[in-house]
Ligand binder design. Structure first.
Ligand code: ASP
Length: 348
């Protein structure tokens, strides 16, 4: 099926359920030898795609993913960027939304598809969702129209849908349909054919790819809840070394309005700490000032995170902190959509 001009796709295995097989005796799951992928998925031979595979030396459960490994993954793709038309990254689903978000920030001027996928059941199991996810992800990573890739961005493919990487969230630990893109349309849907939502896809540009592999992990996440005590809130905000917090607020960005609550936030900001307000709601955006219970937040200099997911908020902060920007420039970049992670008009 393959020709000299067939698109070239590199499959990178980082770990996760998709690449595991069950030990017939112990029944436990362990990663299989990835060079034997075609034995697990013989259907791959029918694709008109030149496939290469690369397995990291120590595949992991994605709960052990971290910013150093994000950087290594981005570098690996960057070093092979010219040799392939697209990349498929096999990754555990648990933290896939974080890795996908981080990859979007690391790549500036990405003009090829980087498609993350995985599965809820190992690829060797009879009812696996892994085969369809892998085969469709390869098809998307190799899809071209008039000589250009159709998808020129980092995206997640799972259970028939393609999502923008930095808009995804894992919302279901049981069902095959594990991901959602709560505030951005799906990029493509796989039925009998793969239908691309061309209006939602990022356009290609002709600029040279740059990679930024540094992250600063001095970031905290604080979830506000009714009854939160002054002692607990103060303890979190004074964590040593932390440079920025994601504040997970109610509804459209609201919090308790007791004076101590705002005073603790204000003194953190005066110490140079950046605070980014994102909503605890699954869908929707922060609009500071819409309710009285968020006016004070805006007035003391908390940044409204608009419709950022938590995953995009955390990785964007880690990314921006590593750029050594001034406090003001960091604020400005947080309110700007750098890689399509934010709907700017909805942000305050
Ligand atoms: N715990 C696994 C992981 O994230 C689950 C999966 O692969 O989907 O690596």
């Amino acid at each position: 099926m393959m020709h000299a001009a067939s698109p070239r796709v590199l499959i990178i295995y980082t770990g996760g359920t998709i690449g595991m097989v069950e030990n017939p005796v112990t029944k436990s799951l362990h990663p299989f030898d990835f060079s034997a992928l075609s034995a697990q998925v013989p259907e791959l031979a029918q694709l008109d795609v030149h496939l290469d595979t690369y397995s990291v030396s120590e595949p992991i459960d994605s709960s052990n993913m971290n910013p150093d490994l994000w950087g290594q993954l981005a570098q690996l793709i960057f070093d092979r960027y010219e040799n392939y038309d697209g990349f498929v990254v096999l990754h555990g689903s648990d933290t896939m939304a974080y890795t996908a978000s981080a990859l979007t920030f690391m790549f500036e001027n990405l003009n090829k598809p980087v498609i993350l996928t995985g599965s809820q059941l190992p690829i060797g199991m009879i009812r696996t969702d892994g085969k369809e996810n892998l085969i469709s992800a390869i098809e998307i990573a190799s899809a071209r129209q008039m000589g250009s890739p159709i998808v020129a961005e980092v995206a997640v493919y799972f259970e028939n849908q393609l999502y923008r990487g930095n808009r995804t969230h894992k919302h279901n630990a049981e069902q095959f349909e594990a991901f959602q893109s709560p505030n951005y349309p799906i990029l493509a849907e796989a039925g009998i054919r793969i239908i691309y939502n061309t209006n939602a896809l990022r356009p290609c540009n002709q600029l040279e790819l740059k990679v930024h592999t540094q992250f600063d992990t001095q970031v905290g996440v604080i979830t506000v809840f009714p009854g939160i005590t002054e002692a607990w809130f103060s303890h979190l905000l004074s964590a040593p070394g932390i440079k920025a917090f994601v504040l997970r607020t109610f509804g459209s960005g609201n919090t308790p309005s007791q004076p101590w609550f705002l005073q603790l936030l204000q003194s953190a900001i005066e110490r140079g700490i950046i605070i980014l307000n994102v909503t605890q709601c699954a869908v929707g955006q922060v609009e500071q000032g819409r309710y009285e219970t968020s006016v004070g937040l805006r007035d003391i200099g908390i940044v409204g995170g608009g419709d950022l997911t938590l995953e995009a908020a955390v990785t964007k902060l880690m990314f921006l902190l590593a750029q050594n920007l001034s406090f003001e420039e960091c604020h400005a970049q947080l309110q700007r959509s750098l890689r399509g992670e934010l709907t700017e008009s909805k942000n305050d």
